[in-house]
Ligand binder design. Structure first.
Ligand SMILES: C[S@@+](CC[C@H](N)C(=O)[O-])C[C@H]1O[C@@H](n2cnc3c(N)ncnc32)[C@H](O)[C@@H]1O
Length: 225
């Protein structure tokens, strides 16, 4: 049985998962950060509550809080039942069951939803769609992209990946992307094209202290030289 999603799904991770996926050290957390495709993750809310400078950009931010809540409810059962049928693709040592996964994700999304209206008013949730983002050059020090690029390798082409990363490098000095696997925990078919396209940049694949998809413990770091 393989994962098969019709669309990219709104599904949110929490602050601690972002910290570990992206190997974010205290100095990183004080940078001007843009989260690309942050959706209903709680990273923005918690990082900013702790004094950070995080902006998130995602197409779902054109929606109202009630509309996003409805999309999450509609998605929840699909994600949970597909995860149940694909349990062998994950490590269950930290998150111990599909039920616990559902609780952790819903808690992160509740934190996001509670902050959404104020965050929109404060311009920390900005509607926008890769590969063209509504920010000036060099607005941010660090761009993060979690569970969008590489993960949805069946939906997005190699050209899309390259254009999206170019765009993130336009608005930020450094880009970090996690994971390097697709939804079926296979190394993305687009990774080699990306590494070739950015060989004139500083490139690093770094092991991180986070692994939920089996083998999903590496972050790609691309820096403007
Ligand atoms: C699986 S969710 C991941 C959310 C969050 N980054 C996390 O890891 O918890 C994927 C997100 O990508 C967003 N997305 C879809 N198409 C996009 C695009 N072209 N540009 C930016 N984000 C996009 C979706 O709206 C969704 O919120």
């Amino acid at each position: 049985m393989a994962f098969k999603y019709e669309n990219v799904v709104p599904w949110g991770r929490n602050f601690d998962e972002y910290r570990r996926m992206f190997d974010l050290q205290p100095a990183d957390l004080s940078k001007r950060i843009i989260g690309c495709g942050d959706g209903p993750a709680s990273f923005n809310t918690i990082a900013n509550q702790r004094g950070g400078h995080v902006t998130s950009v995602d197409p779902i931010y054109v929606l109202t809080k009630a509309e996003i809540e409805k999309r999450i409810e509609e998605t929840y059962q699909t994600v949970i039942s597909q995860t149940e049928q694909n349990q062998e693709k994950f490590r269950w040592d930290q998150i111990r069951s599909v039920a616990e996964l559902g609780q952790i994700r819903m808690e992160a999304m509740r934190v996001f939803l509670a902050s959404y209206d104020a965050g929109k008013a404060n311009n920390v949730y900005i509607p926008g769609t890769l590969p063209v983002l509504p920010f000036q050059d060099d607005t941010f020090e660090l761009a993060l992209c979690s569970h969008f690029l590489f993960l949805y390798s069946d939906h997005l082409s190699s050209i899309f990946h390259v254009e999206a990363i170019q765009e993130m490098l336009r608005i930020a000095q450094e880009v970090r992307i996690f994971p390097l696997l697709d939804v079926n925990a296979q190394r993305s078919i687009h990774l080699d094209s990306v590494l070739t396209a950015f060989q004139d940049k500083s490139l690093e694949i770094r092991k991180v202290d986070y692994e939920f998809q089996i083998g999903g413990n590496e972050v790609l770091i691309v820096k403007n030289r």
